[in-house]
Design a binder for this molecule. Sequence first.
Ligand code: NAP
Length: 256
Amino acid sequence: MTAGSQNGAGSLKGKVALVTGASRGIGRAIALELACRGAKVALNYRASQAEAESLAERIKEIGSEALLVQGDVAKKEEARQVVRKVLDHFGRLDILVNNAGITRDKSLRKMADDDWADVINVNLNGTYYCTSAALPAMIDQKYGRIINISSVVGQSGNFGQANYAASKGGIASFTKTLALEMARYNITANTVAPGFTCTEMLQKIPANILEQIKAKIPLGRFAMPEDVAKAVAFLAADGDYITGQQLAVNGGIYMG
Ligand code: NAP
């Protein structure tokens, strides 16, 4: 966690952020980083209530405000309700981080329709639902910073991850169009594409495969959630003239 100066470069003082999937992993680190820079942060989670509560406590300890907002972003009405609750509570929404994501890894020959649909519904449709719900308020404010979490896998493809790669590639192209359409309202939209990052998601990959992946990372280690969080916070705090971009945080494993 890096404490940005409270009022100068890096500061998010006075800003309100919503981070989806904030209960653990990368989302948790992003929420903490934004709070550390002075933002009030709404923490969305689907099932991990205890983890979300402990994060809210942590954010209060560092002197910022946290709001817990349970909801499944894959369900259109719940996703819209999440955004509505943030607006009702804080009266505005400046930063939306669409981070919630899942994997259901299988080669295409073995992939069931539900494996495909579940991943597209959470990762891609959830991003669309939360974004479209947030836009009216951001347009009224003439201010918004939307940061969508894609993946190196959306850039390169990956064996056993056709559903996930499609969802993340979709997020990247969705974000470019969003950036084009929203620029006139001072709303920027960018994608952060993490490489392989130490979270529960990574733990689902067999150890021998992880070793093979690690050997290919030029910086010689997996990302920590905080590496990704710093990139998100940079775009949120200091990315005023950056829009439609995909910022890779991947240790050099893919240079697109
Ligand atoms: P993680 O540790 O598995 O955490 C996922 C988070 O998303 C949890 O907070 C989970 O909350 C939430 N979530 C899942 N489904 C949800 C839903 N339907 N509605 C609301 N929240 C939901 O994953 P992570 O590694 O931190 O991944 C975060 C993001 O980074 C994802 O978009 C992922 O694709 C991306 N990413 C990860 C890596 C990596 O190597 N870890 C690499 C590239 C990109 P609950 O437990 O409450 O469901």
